[in-house]
Design a protein around this ligand. Structure first.
Ligand code: FE2
Ligand code: FE2
Length: 494
């Protein structure tokens, strides 16, 4: 049997274990151990685990950085399993545990007791849960913290971005005026983005140089969400507020799904009638979100941001508002992120895009009129004079792509760059360290990537995905992460 077939099977077996555990925990929320359904799901999963233990001695299912692991292998999620995976991760997180280990001889009863402890008590932390489990006679299951996970960090930013790129249907529901719009799934994904940014802001910032996935609106929504959260982070907003900001930023342009393609993709300036249609999208999104099943404070913030994001700092934009005299903080943040991403993206009516460097100049020029001047300053400091994705020529003649803004306190014009061509291609140079008399290396000029065959996101080496053949071969009918990555790298537009 080929290795590929074996790894596919083992990935499927891991996925089945994870889904089985999620199902047992979910069932335990509604039934007790005497219930027939509870007994059946526990016994089925116990059988599966017992077979694995027979081969491997013990079995550990854990979570780290919003990924699930069976033993050391990351279990790839798919659109169809994403919600159940997330519910299991949340169940672990809410109890402050990272892993459950099953030992030989474990029974279905022990499994259902574990599930009931996790689902129906408020005990948290490995020590307290293990004490309670022992008191209830569970001796062959232990919960603990998961050590290691060294290969996770390389995958997580791409995974967060990929998850955000799979929410097209949810946006559509909003503009179709579905009575029961449910933004919970979007919120889960935006929370992953926030967690990832808090953990490692650089990689997600660099991923915003991706400008077209299956759908330009989706990549724009993901990019605006990421840039907004990064800007919010510089304001030291709490994690809860960042979550609200991320959701609002992701949904800001949902109303564009109701704008006709002829207007959106018109290869020239819009006429007055077409402008009328284009200018409806803030209100369409706001109205659609107001139809949400639950009008929570975070949904209400998203309503306001959708309404405000073209209003301008001085209220000169659209829709014309007679009952507001200023734009909220979130509205101002999203306006900056929105314009930055829009202008650095080529459009039908404007086949070229402005360089990131040029767009920072644009934002500074319109600070105080279209944009909050204080936020623009923070945005420039956050991005550096040469934001990630900028193609530059160095003073030694080499071409390079900016891959990381300067660290706090370093000169803004001295980012880290990756050399793009020549004998040193691929080398990362920290320009902040190249300031000595003999080795002064600088950015000479900003280049335009159009026509040079450069896809900055590729050249940032963002996609150093851990060697995980299971992930690659798990599910042939879905976008597993490496597939997604290779399609992005190939520039494919499915
Ligand atoms: Fe918009
Ligand atoms: Fe937008």
């Amino acid at each position: 049997m080929s290795d590929g077939v074996c790894s596919t099977r083992s990935a499927r077996a891991d996925q089945s274990l994870v889904l089985g555990l999620a199902a047992v925990l979910r069932t335990a929320r509604y039934f007790d151990s005497a219930n027939a359904v509870m007994q059946q799901v526990s016994a089925t999963l116990a059988d599966e685990i017992t077979q694995r233990i027979a081969r491997e001695g013990s079995l550990r299912i854990g979570t780290h950085s919003h990924c699930l692991f069976v033993g050391p292998a990351r279990v790839p999620t798919t659109p169809s399993t994403y919600e159940r995976f997330t519910s299991l991760i949340e169940a672990f997180d809410s109890r402050d545990i990272n892993a459950v280990t099953f030992f030989p001889g474990m029974t279905g009863n022990e499994l259902s007791t574990l599930a009931l402890v996790l689902a129906q008590t408020d005990v948290s932390g490995p020590d307290e849960i293990n004490t309670l489990l022992l008191r209830k006679g569970v001796r062959r299951i232990e919960v603990d913290y998961l050590a290691g996970g060294s290969n996770v960090q390389a995958v997580a930013p791409v995974e967060a971005y990929a998850a955000a790129a799979q929410l097209g249907e949810k946006l559509r529901e909003i503009t179709e005026g579905a009575r029961q719009v449910d933004v919970r799934q979007v919120r889960r994904v935006t929370q992953v983005i926030v967690d990832q940014i808090l953990d490692d802001p650089v990689h997600l910032l660099a991923l915003t140089t991706i400008k077209e996935l299956n759908d330009r609106l989706i990549s724009h929504s993901a990019n605006v969400a990421i840039l907004s959260v990064l800007l919010g982070q510089t304001l030291r907003l709490s994690k809860t507020r960042l979550g609200e900001l991320c959701l609002a930023a992701y949904l800001h342009d949902a109303g564009k799904l109701e704008t006709t393609r002829e207007v959106l993709d018109k290869p020239g300036p819009l006429d007055p009638q077409e402008w009328v249609e284009m200018r409806k999208h803030p209100l369409v999104a706001a109205r659609g979100l107001l139809a949400s099943r639950q009008l929570t404070p975070s949904v209400m913030r998203a309503v306001v941001v959708a309404y405000e994001h073209h209003l301008n700092f001085d209220m000169s934009g659209y829709p014309v508002s007679q009952f507001r005299d200023h734009v909220t903080l979130f509205g101002n943040i999203v306006a900056i992120a929105d314009r930055y991403d829009a202008l650095t993206t080529a459009r039908r009516y404007r086949r070229f895009s402005f360089t990131p460097h040029e767009v920072l100049g644009y934002l500074l020029y319109y600070a105080g009129k279209s944009f909050d001047p204080m936020l623009v300053k923070l945005f420039v400091v956050m991005m550096g004079i040469f934001p990630p994705g900028t193609l530059v020529r160095l003073t030694d003649g080499e071409t390079a792509v900016v891959c990381q803004p300067p660290l706090a306190g370093q000169p803004l014009d001295r980012p880290k760059v990756r050399v793009w061509s020549g004998p040193r291609a691929g080398t990362v140079i920290d320009l902040a360290e190249q300031t000595g008399e003999s080795s002064c290396l600088d950015v000479e000029m900003v280049l335009c990537p159009a026509g040079m065959g450069v896809v900055p996101a590729m050249d940032l080496s963002l996609f150093e995905v851990a060697d995980n053949t299971d992930a690659e071969s798990c599910d042939e009918d879905s976008d597993t992460i490496p597939e997604f990555v290779s399609r992005v790298l190939a520039g494919e537009n499915a």
